[in-house]
Design a protein around this ligand. Structure first.
Ligand code: MGD
Ligand code: MGD
Ligand code: SF4
Ligand code: MO
Length: 751
């Protein structure tokens, strides 16, 4: 029987509505949901191609164990879990709980159970070895919020529906579809701004797909902090800020004013390559437009002072009068009472804060209980108490996504136990002892708690699974429940959780993601408040009666600052000494070691490293290329499609070049997530995009440093943008140093 089921996509943040066609419990097709109130029939190629991923013959559908000869063999769940349990308890006995770690990859965020269960498991186990993709993505957003609001989870989002001037710094929403905001049909949302007579300015070293549709303001990579300081300089200097309002809303303004005094537009112009009059005009426009906002994302997070840059984005909004006001940069609201108190309490009793703990290697601060993934390899390789000996990797591919995949690959091979929970064999779990098959999003139900505060139009949607899990795939949280039992005896806090699980299973009601989500739906905005609000939402009601989702408010609500700020007097603090000290660390780059600058980019038909196996996404002979300005290419004798060597101070890779003009001269853009080299199980990914070197692209993170000294100081984030590089035609590349791309590492480790 063929049937259409209403559900939604959970690959990236807009969570677009989808209609799944299912026949005999098999997913046949996906199409955009026309009746979804926000995505209204939009879906991108990745979302539609997901049928190919669910049904991919390369998917891992049964537990796999690595045998002595290095090949993977199928085993039963019982065998896998029993053997994993024995090895895990052995590590626990010999090295303590701090010998055990977890790396949580990006798709985990798109599963409420996976996120909450792994987070609870790691914090109750009490190990410092909790890692995530966040340290290559967004962690300094939380640290900036910690400094400014005293609350790391207070994250402002642009009021896309009402803003009149939006300045996008280091984000490419036309391709990424928006990040740290859930805003379906974001491209239309941006075009609506100009349609209503407003402006969108895109500050980016590359004339991106977004910049092409709006005003492009090119900038030298990793100099955004200077631009933002100069905007503040102008606002103070020209008296554009409302001093009375600022005194009410914030503390430390005088210190800030003193600090920005030296950053006039003229002073920063040389380093940013943005003309002083452009900076002045922008400052006036931001302060003078009633509904204006500055918004930044990956491009502002991956620089050397990402926390400072991120905090400055908010401070510019604050000083210009655009924070927490209609059409500005606003805070979402769960509608759940006591959030501020709850957050304050949580920060006091747990490591769910900033620098609750520091890393053994590098002494770097943890962010919301997670350590920088860049030091994960050294934590495995550095002997002594607390050495990482057993690692779980779920929904992650850190060998490609974290700096220095070679070092990590070698370190993984030395572990006592490496277990991966994934839907695929990838470059990371090529080193695993066990690979456990996970469900894809369409094989599980979900209400995505992690995104509730980020909808630019407050919205709620829940779905049931559209098919039963394929093969023997299981949801991660159920596997984690088993691990709780395995480790409980020597971990007192876990034992408590285990007791709860045991008792509730006897009573037939094991705590589940659905139970927790239902609670939040009921007490949150639009909820039924356990019967006190008649007709209000429950999880079941969402799934059964409102499958396309419900807009619970037309707009974000202003005046949230006082609800989210936990600092004394509920004032935003702009003069934290740790934060302002970063200003002294702003790179000067007067004498760069190499002439060009590396930046990243995302492509419409990729999702990080894991969708290069879907035929629909690889059509047209896609290749992995470095995008380089024609002037730079010409100066080096490089033509379109030529193979080059790209080298940084930390490594070198080989790939082909696309010569373009839509990029600032001196800047080279290379997408991450490539470097498929035969070690993973991705047949097409490995073969596809094969350049003449016979690899599925190159791992750009071979160019990035994993050295603790090179990580951003306040959030431990990897420095992945603005990195000095040189590009040479392959025949003239330096011959004697081994090329460090993923192919060398994986071949070495598989032998
Ligand atoms: N199609 C597609 N969509 C995705 C993803 C994907 O892989 N493919 N990944 C998802 C994920 S995990 C995330 S986190 C989001 C990210 O969402 P975005 O941040 O919107 O996406 P990016 O393409 O990384 O955009 C970063 C931009 O910053 C620019 N940039 C780089 N360095 C600098 C700098 O120093 N200063 C300034 N001003 N700009 C700079 C880059 O040129 C780039 O245009 O996208 C999500 N959506
Ligand atoms: N140079 C550079 N490096 C970057 C970035 C950059 O901009 N430039 N961006 C960074 C960012 S923003 C991110 S988010 C990271 C991503 O880094 P990671 O999360 O480490 O890597 P992904 O490529 O997203 O790999 C996701 C894995 O999850 C698996 N998977 C997919 N769905 C599921 C599921 O439902 N359950 C389970 N168990 N597994 C699943 C996929 O098969 C894949 O193996 O990369 C970071 N690395
Ligand atoms: S933009 Fe594409 S991948 Fe992202 S949620 Fe929508 S359909 Fe899915
Ligand atoms: Mo990300």
């Amino acid at each position: 029987m063929r049937e259409d089921k209403v559900t939604y996509c959970r690959i990236c943040e807009p969570l677009c509505g989808m209609i799944a066609t299912v026949e005999d419990d098999r997913l046949i097709a996906l199409r955009p949901d026309k009746d979804h109130p926000l995505s209204k029939g939009f879906a991108c190629p990745k979302g539609v191609a997901f049928t190919e991923i669910v049904n991919d013959p390369d998917r891992v559908l049964y537990p796999l164990r690595r045998s002595r000869d290095g090949e993977f063999e199928q085993v039963s769940w019982d065998t896998a879990m029993t053997e994993i349990g024995t090895k895990l308890r052995d590590v626990q006995r010999r090295h303590g709980n701090s010998g055990i770690g977890w790396y949580l990859g990006n798709p985990a965020t798109f599963s409420t159970g996976h996120t909450l269960w792994s987070g609870a498991f790691m914090s109750l186990l009490g190990t410092p070895h909790s890692y995530s993709a966040g340290s290559q993505d967004v962690n300094n957003r939380f640290v900036a919020s910690h400094f400014l609001y005293g609350n790391p989870t207070a994250v402002p989002i642009p009021d896309i529906n009402r803003v009149e001037l939006l300045v996008i710094v280091g984000a490419n929403p036309v391709v990424s579809h928006g990040s740290v905001m859930s805003s379906p049909r974001i491209r239309e949302g941006l075009n609506a701004i100009t349609d209503r007579g407003g402006r969108v300015v895109v500050v980016d070293p590359r004339r991106t797909e977004t910049a092409r549709e709006f005003e492009w303001l090119p900038i030298v990579p990793d100099t955004d902090a200077l631009l933002l300081l100069a905007l503040l300089h102008v606002m103070f200097d020209e008296g554009l800020a409302d001093a009375e309002r600022l005194a009410r809303q914030a503390s430390g303004m005088d210190t800030l004013r003193g600090v920005v005094a030296e950053f006039s537009p003229e002073v920063v112009a040389r380093r940013t390559d943005v003309a002083p009059e452009v900076i002045r005009e922008l400052a006036r426009a931001l302060a003078g437009t009633e509904r204006a906002a500055v918004y930044g994302r990956v491009g502002t997070s991956l620089g050397r002072t990402g926390t400072l840059t991120t905090a400055l984005l908010d401070i510019v909004n604050l000083v210009a009068g655009n924070l927490d006001v209609v059409g500005g940069s606003m805070f979402g609201d769960l509608g759940v009472p006591g959030q501020r108190l709850g957050m304050t309490a949580l920060q006091h009793v747990s490591t769910f804060t900033w620098a609750g703990r520091r890393s053994r290697v590098g002494n770097l601060p943890q962010v919301l209980g997670t350590a920088p993934a860049s030091v994960m390899a050294k934590e495995m390789l550095t002997p002594g108490p607390g050495q990482l000996r057993a690692l779980f990797v779920s929904a992650g591919n850190p060998v490609l996504s974290v700096p220095n995949g070679d070092e990590l690959s070698a370190a993984l091979d030395g572990l006592d136990l490496l277990v991966s929970l994934d839907i695929y064999r990838n470059e990371t779990n090529a080193h695993a002892h066990y690979i456990l098959p996970a469900t894809t999003m369409y094989e599980r139900g979900d209400f995505l708690l992690p995104f509730q505060m980020l909808f630019t139009t407050p919205f709620k949607q829940a779905t049931d699974p559209v098919i039963t899990p394929r093969g023997e795939a299981r949801e991660e949280w159920t596997v984690i429940n088993e691990l709780v039992g395995v480790l409980a005896r020597r971990a007192p806090m876990l034992a408590a959780l285990h007791a709860i699980n045991t008792v509730s299973s006897v009573l037939g009601r094991v705590p589940s993601p659905r139970m927790l989500s239902d609670l939040v739906v009921r007490i949150g905005q639009g909820g039924n408040h356990f019967g006190f609000s008649r007709g209000g939402l429950t999880y079941r009601k969402l799934v059964e009666e409102k499958p396309h989702g419900v807009v619970v408010a037309d707009h974000l609500t202003p005046g949230a600052l006082r609800k989210v700020v936990t600092h004394r007097g509920r004032k935003v603090r702009v003069d934290d000494p740790d934060l302002l000290a970063e200003i002294d660390r702003l790179p000067t780059d007067d004498d760069p070691p190499l002439p060009l600058r590396l930046i990243g980019m995302r492509e419409i038909r990729s999702e990080n490293s894991w969708q290069h196996n879907a035929p629909m996404l690889l059509r047209g002979g896609r290749r992995h290329t470095a995008r380089m300005h024609s002037d730079d290419a010409r100066a080096r004798g490089i033509g379109e499609g030529d193979l080059v060597e790209v080298r940084s101070m930390h490594g070198r890779i080989r790939l082909a070049v696309s010569v373009i003009d839509d990029i600032k001269p001196g800047v080279v853009a290379i997408p991450h997530g490539w470097g498929h080299n035969g070690s993973g199980g991705w047949t097409r990914a490995n073969a596809a995009a094969a350049n003449d070197l016979g690899t599925g692209g190159a791992n750009v993170n071979a160019l990035i440093s994993s050295n603790p000294d090179d990580l951003e100081r306040l959030a431990g984030m990897a420095n992945m943008t603005g990195v000095p590089i040189e590009v040479s035609p392959l025949e003239s590349a330096a011959p004697d140093i081994p090329v460090r791309d993923a192919s060398t590492s994986a071949n070495a480790s598989m032998s």
